[in-house]
Design a protein around this ligand. Structure first.
Ligand code: F6R
Length: 369
């Protein structure tokens, strides 16, 4: 039941630290090596993989976008992410050296099931990342990595998404271990950072009041934009999807670098724009690029709603609101940055008097093509 929360979604957002912790639990064998749950695949085949294609729909596909950055970085294998319904109908190039990763909360999404069946017919290996035990997709996969988020009741996915992202990191580390792309101590270091994430997610949730108050003041907004770069890009896409489906507001996520190629024309006086700012500690130019982006849109009248890491003192000057998240390694930041966006969409929907657990026109499990 809702356990004192206003909605299942509210409860499930609060369940997120546990969902991530449980997904990390029990992933190593007696010798400390990472393991998959259910494996019907020869490891020599996995070592020979030369391309990974993640197939999924909606929020689950955004977890695949995050996985791409992590797996390519850690394993140096090419990763494509494709919406399952697009993959299925374009005669994709797939063979025995292709690993298809199907990501799904329900394990029953018809588009994802058809895509994985198609891939297997071409000889591809399929590993699925699934939340629901006993569902169809894990039964038909060569190996499974279960997300232990527990049952997700609200139609809009929250804790399943965080668990999918967590499982995708584990898969990346598993492949890196199997293929010898990372040293055991490097893998252990990432795992240790991952184990710190539940506490940090908890901190973000505890800071939710500022997000809620901001959402309530935006009841009349007719459009909200979301910008991100690198792993912040899928976070922006997910923030926009949550807002559309829950609050029925026009919302779009963009890669920040794409702005000047068109979308910046949308910015006018008062246009709310969320910006996901990467860590200022990263040894790259991502952070300064995002600061320039915030300046540019602010100069054109945007109301800037910035998600930034604790200790980032450069964002202040150009942000109308800052939603602070704890510091985390660059690749792991999505587990934190997406949480204020989930809470924002939920609070805005609630402020409009909408049913946050059952948005109109949507079903929890999409079992038709
Ligand atoms: C959005 C949402 C959907 C699902 C999508 C895939 O909040 O929940 O976009 O992520 O329908 O569903 P599963 O993960 O069950 O395959």
């Amino acid at each position: 039941e809702k356990g004192g929360f206003r909605s299942f979604m509210d409860k499930e957002i609060h369940d997120q630290p546990q969902a991530v912790a449980d997904t990390l639990l029990g992933r190593t064998n007696a010798s400390g090596a990472l393991v998959l749950d259910d494996v019907r695949v020869d490891e020599t085949l996995l070592r020979a993989v030369n391309k990974i294609i993640v197939v999924a729909c909606g929020t689950a596909a955004y977890s695949g976008h995050v996985a791409k950055y992590a797996i390519e970085r850690w394993c140096r294998i090419e990763v494509e992410v494709e919406l399952a319904h697009e993959f299925r109908y374009r005669d994709p190039i797939v063979d025995e050296k292709t690993l298809v990763v199907a990501v799904t909360q329900s394990g029953e999404t018809m588009d994802t099931l058809m895509a994985m069946r198609h891939a297997r017919e071409q000889g591809a290996l399929v590993i699925s990342i699934v939340n629901t035990h006993g569902s169809t997709i894990p039964r038909e996969s060569d190996a499974v990595l279960y997300t232990h988020a527990g049952p997700e009741i609200a139609v809009a996915s929250t804790k399943a998404f965080l668990a999918q992202v967590t499982a995708a990191y584990l898969l990346g580390l598993y492949l890196a271990q199997l293929r010898g792309c990372m040293r055991p101590d490097e893998i252990a270091a990432v795992l240790a950072e991952l184990r710190d994430m539940p506490q940090k997610i908890h901190t973000v949730i505890e800071r939710g009041e500022h997000v809620r108050a901001t959402a309530e003041s935006m009841r009349d907004a007719s459009s909200v934009l979301f910008l991100g770069r690198h792993v912040g890009f899928p976070v922006a896409l997910e923030g926009a999807l949550k807002l559309k489906e829950l609050a029925y507001i026009h919302a779009e996520g963009f890669a920040a670098g794409e702005l000047k190629h068109g979308p910046i024309a949308l910015i006018d006086e008062g246009q709310p724009v969320f910006v996901v700012v990467p860590s200022p500690r990263g040894r790259d130019s991502l952070h300064s690029k995002m600061i320039s982006t915030i300046q540019e849109i602010r100069a054109r009248g945007a109301r800037t709603l910035v998600i930034a890491e604790d200790g980032d003192d450069e964002v202040h000057a150009y942000a109308d609101e800052v939603f602070w998240i704890p510091q985390a390694p660059k690749l792991l930041q999505p587990l934190l940055a997406v949480v204020p966006l989930q809470m924002f969409a939920m609070a805005l929907a609630a402020a409009k008097g909408l049913d946050v657990d059952q948005p109109r026109n949507l079903a929890k499990s999409v079992t038709v093509e």
